[in-house]
Design a protein around this ligand. Structure first.
Ligand code: TRP
Length: 394
């Protein structure tokens, strides 16, 4: 079976990426024909204002893939933008994809919803400012003809300025998090390209006629859309693309140092590129059961992020012991973290060394991408010959 997946180059990978995605990719290499793509064109959809970061992010991600066991001898590792055929098929798919399919896409709807939330926020600000503004206007030394519309105009400007300040980071970040909106959601993604994101993803899959796509649950609507586009193309022009299946794996959400889902944007991630010292600092700073304040207090391992890590990295017997001792207040959090650090370090240390080797060998990285992209291109260009013939253009 031909399996394809991709990842946007956002830079260094963290433990969450490994347990959520990469570990599964590595396993699939053994049983299937696998293609793994660095989705650098997709990085533009949200990052078109910060393009200088992209090349380095591509490189960092590739280094981590190799370090974690994605093997160029077993998989085709390639970079999306090296295969210009993606852009051509994207154009063609854009012609046949109904707009409504895209507008219903949850990722896009969420963004729209966030825009609404921002409108709410603006109302909230206005509510708070209104009274002060009234006093202010009343004190103006000249006669106001149209009190109401002046007030409206001032309110609009003030709240715009406040929202601007919020998104520029001058206002409380916590508030932003709570509302689950970001500057990105507001300004940067209200584009044609963002709406078309899943069409490009459908291209990535269909141009290789991949049958299976290992992805996280959040990507299911995108895979469904790829299936729909395949069906539509096949109906219009004759059987061309197989309908790809999503391959879901159960992956427990790895908590970050603060107990929330590990994520770059939460600033709670442990990276494969972290030094031993950084790792130590992060582990010792882990959140634990907030009710366990000192060593003698009984803890609740089931909700402690440190214990979650013990379950992955510590031997089974020791995990049982830790669980018992924590519950009985015999084990303090500092000792518990030290033990976890030791075991996590056993896992990370060899990877850190491997990573350094790859990071040093630029020529090797370049060759891997070049070779993989050539292989990918030969498949994609064959598909495009077929497509051009069928659509009578090109
Ligand atoms: N959209 C995917 C993500 O954000 C990345 C991606 C791009 C992808 N093209 C793909 C995944 C093709 C699978 C297949 O995770």
């Amino acid at each position: 079976m031909r399996v394809l997946s991709g990842m946007r180059p956002t830079g260094k990978l963290h433990l969450g990426h490994y347990f959520g995605v990469i570990k599964n990719w590595v396993r699939l290499q053994e049983e299937h024909e696998t293609l793994y793509m660095i989705a650098d064109w997709h990085a533009l959809t949200t990052g078109y204002k910060k393009v200088d970061e992209i090349p380095q992010n591509v490189e960092e991600m590739l280094i981590d893939w190799l370090t974690l066991g994605i093997d160029p001898k077993k998989s085709v590792i390639f970079q999306q933008s090296k295969i210009k055929e993606h852009a051509e098929l994207f154009l063609i798919f854009s012609m046949i994809t109904p707009k409504s399919w895209l507008e219903w896409n949850p990722t896009y709807k969420d963004t729209k919803y966030n825009l609404l939330k921002i409108a709410d926020l603006s109302l909230m600000f206005k509510g708070g400012i209104r009274d002060n503004l009234k006093t202010f206007i009343a004190k103006l030394p000249y006669k106001i003809e149209d009190f109401e519309s002046l007030e409206e105009m001032l309110l609009d400007n003030v709240s715009d300025a406040l929202i601007q300040a919020l998104f520029e980071g001058y206002l409380d970040k916590e508030m932003l998090k709570e509302l689950n909106v970001s500057k990105r959601d507001f300004y940067d993604t209200d584009t044609y390209g963002f709406l078309g994101y899943p069409v490009l993803q459908a291209v990535d899959i269909l141009i290789y006629k991949a049958q299976a796509v290992p992805v996280g649950e959040d990507q299911l609507p995108h895979i469904e859309l790829a299936r729909e586009i395949a069906r539509r193309f096949n109906n219009l022009y004759g059987e061309t693309f197989p309908e790809p299946q999503a391959m879901l794996t159960e992956t427990p959400r790895l908590p970050g140092t603060d107990g929330r889902k590990m994520s770059k944007s939460y600033n709670n991630a442990i990276y494969f590129a972290d030094t031993k010292e950084e790792l130590q600092r992060k582990v010792m700073g882990f959140f634990t059961d907030p009710q366990k304040l000192r060593k003698g207090d009984p803890g609740r391992p089931e909700l402690c992020p440190v214990f979650f890590y013990h379950k992955i990295f510590t031997t089974w017997e020791k995990v049982e012991e830790i669980e018992e001792d924590c519950k009985r207040g015999k084990l303090g959090c500092v000792d518990c973290k030290r033990e976890m650090l030791k075991n996590l370090e056993l896992f990370l240390e060899p990877l850190r060394e491997k990573r350094q080797e790859y990071a040093k060998d630029r020529a090797l990285l370049r060759d891997i991408i070049k070779e993989g992209s050539e292989k990918a291109k030969s498949i994609a260009s064959k598909t495009m010959e077929e497509v051009r013939e069928k659509i009578r253009v090109g």
